[in-house]
Design a protein around this ligand. Structure first.
Ligand SMILES: [Zn+2]
Ligand SMILES: [Zn+2]
Length: 273
């Protein structure tokens, strides 16, 4: 009976690739044609065990930023490099209310071995939007990503523990010091006691320099959170590269040439246009 309903559905709403719209022969997510699936760059080991920065050779090793303990979170993992194949999915999800890619991103997340590094949390917290932005958009894309990518932990999703009382400018428009002041006090806890001693998984769409999720993590840490891990669908390659270029060689990283910019994943291949 179910397969009959599925067949009728496929006839009425033929399954298409969520990137290019090409007709597909199957309707089970992930809905990508072979070409678009081939364009996706999955982030796997070797990477920085802490922040998830990926390298294209050698073993897992801490990057300079994590050796300097620059982040307030314990671990960050992303599914994909933010390539031209992924960008339209994220942009449509964020700005056009087109949510068709969610189930496909969820199916890819379930298959990704590098996400096994994430521990089961007490709470999943989507990175909150400023109230006015939430009203304009009508939904928080980070919440939808959390629901699609972690269906087994759906009951752990909490939107009322962390808020964003201050509007902020997009971090991509700012550099250095302006980025840090832009986000200072951007987030606040609603009830500190709900955070104390808890293990948290923060979810967002794209990790660029990590400053947004790091500010969230700082706020959660002040509330006494125990373990804080991050999941994002994509990690922005050019931003990650710029962050790495600014790194000074850390003492124990000094002889280790694998961490230099050219060794980052996709150095030649994944230029976002
Ligand atoms: Zn396609
Ligand atoms: Zn790192």
């Amino acid at each position: 009976m179910l397969s009959l309903i599925g067949a009728i559905q496929d006839l009425l709403f033929p399954p298409v690739c969520v990137v290019c719209g090409q007709r597909l022969a199957h309707s089970q997510p992930p809905l990508f044609c072979d070409h678009c699936l081939g364009e996706l760059a999955f982030i796997n080991s070797p990477l920085c065990p802490c922040c998830g920065l990926a390298y294209n050779g050698g073993d897992d090793h801490l990057c300079g930023a994590c050796l300097r303990q620059q982040y307030s979170f314990d671990r960050a993992r992303s599914l994909l490099v933010y390539t031209p194949a992924v960008a339209p999915l994220i942009l449509r999800l964020k700005f056009s209310g087109q949510l068709s890619a969610l189930s496909s991103l969820g199916a890819l997340t379930a298959r990704s071995p590098s996400l096994d590094d994430l521990s089961e949390p007490d709470w999943i917290i989507p990175v909150p939007l400023y109230r006015k932005r939430l009203r304009q958009r009508g939904y928080n894309q980070a919440t939808l990503i959390a629901q699609a990518c972690f269906p087994q932990w759906r009951h752990k999703i909490r939107h009322n523990l962390l808020t964003r009382p201050q509007p902020t400018r997009p971090q991509t428009q700012l550099t250095g010091r302006a980025r840090r002041t832009n986000l200072a006090h951007a987030f606040a806890l609603v009830k500190e006691k709900d955070i104390t001693g808890r293990d948290i998984l923060l979810v967002d769409d794209v990790l660029t320099t990590g400053s947004t999720v790091n500010e969230c993590a700082k706020t959660l840490r002040r509330g006494g959170a125990r373990r804080i891990e991050i999941y994002t669908v994509a990690r922005s390659w050019p931003e990650a590269r710029r962050a790495l270029l600014k790194e000074e060689p850390a003492p124990s990283d000094h002889e280790d040439r694998r961490g230099e910019p050219g060794a980052l994943i996709g150095a030649a291949d994944y230029q976002v246009r």
